[in-house]
Design a protein around this ligand. Sequence first.
Ligand SMILES: NC(=O)c1ccc[n+]([C@@H]2O[C@H](COP(=O)([O-])OP(=O)(O)OC[C@H]3O[C@@H](n4cnc5c(N)ncnc54)[C@H](OP(=O)(O)O)[C@@H]3O)[C@@H](O)[C@H]2O)c1
Length: 312
Amino acid sequence: MSELISTPSGQPASQFGFGTMQFGVGTPQRDCAAIYNLCRAQGINVFDTAYVYTDGQSETILGQLIAQDRDDIVLMTKCAYSGSASGPNLTEQFDESRKRLNQDMIDVLFLHKWDDETPLENTFETFARFKSKGQIRSIGVSNFSAWQVMKAKTVAKTFGLSVDVIQPMYNMVKRQAEVEILPMSAAEQIAVTPYSPLGGGLLTGKYNNQKAGRLVEDSRYGARYDQDWAHKTAQDLTEIAAQHDVHPATLAVAWVAKNPDITAPLISGKTPEQLQPSLDAMSFEMSDDLYRELNRITRTPPPATDRLEEAT
Ligand SMILES: NC(=O)c1ccc[n+]([C@@H]2O[C@H](COP(=O)([O-])OP(=O)(O)OC[C@H]3O[C@@H](n4cnc5c(N)ncnc54)[C@H](OP(=O)(O)O)[C@@H]3O)[C@@H](O)[C@H]2O)c1
């Protein structure tokens, strides 16, 4: 579904996107350019950032890097992770994001998370204003459940809008999206650019024998991934990767990309060296047998309905 999001020059989204959540803090500015160039050399045209990343440095640095290539880039940012999804907060954050990115127009603007307190009508009325001014081309929602996406789609329609893209978490140890979110996006023709294909670094296998990295430095990621069963998956993945003479990260990213409902996984790394195994997944041909083998070392989430034994 890569044609569902495109560059201003009309090119479809690349097979992978790159996420700049580390730009300016985890990744010093000089490495950001090297990483950007590496991605571009591999044909990546989707770049993701957010208002909340690295106190604005991510957007500022990305804006500088894409300046020369702008028409050939799918530029995605996200708003309202902090504060509400109400019109004034969206407008304030989006204006600031465009200033940092040095862009009048952003290709995809995501609502970063669901907001229980703000009626969706308020949010989409604001998105409609952005769209009518030519400030956005496509609308996305991130971290939404399937019913929340469908509700947003219904409200969007009343403003003549659609939900074009979603950004869920998805990787070998976080497979919830398979139950409702991915089938929904396929049925509704919504593009999917999922995040954290390496489980924040877990699926590189490095935590098998060390305790350094995001999972120990960021308590949110520790709570998400620092679990015995998830470490077991990472260990099994490392063994299978060794048998295939490939980096575990390459297999983990290729596993995400193998799902036909995925448009472009958002890969990331703090250095060009870290990023390389994820980039290698772009050309890794995963056989159906290997895909099945990898599925067996992960937890398959239960289905959404309880009468599957009667399904034909
Ligand atoms: N919508 C949302 O709520 C949301 C949430 C998260 C991310 N995102 C987006 O998705 C993008 C990717 O997410 P992510 O950063 O979580 O992706 P990820 O691929 O799961 O994790 C990347 C991290 O793994 C570690 N790593 C990667 N390659 C490695 C290697 N070869 N060796 C050792 N460690 C390695 C690094 O962290 P350490 O070195 O610190 O261990 C790196 O920062 C983000 O940049 C952002 O754009 C969106």
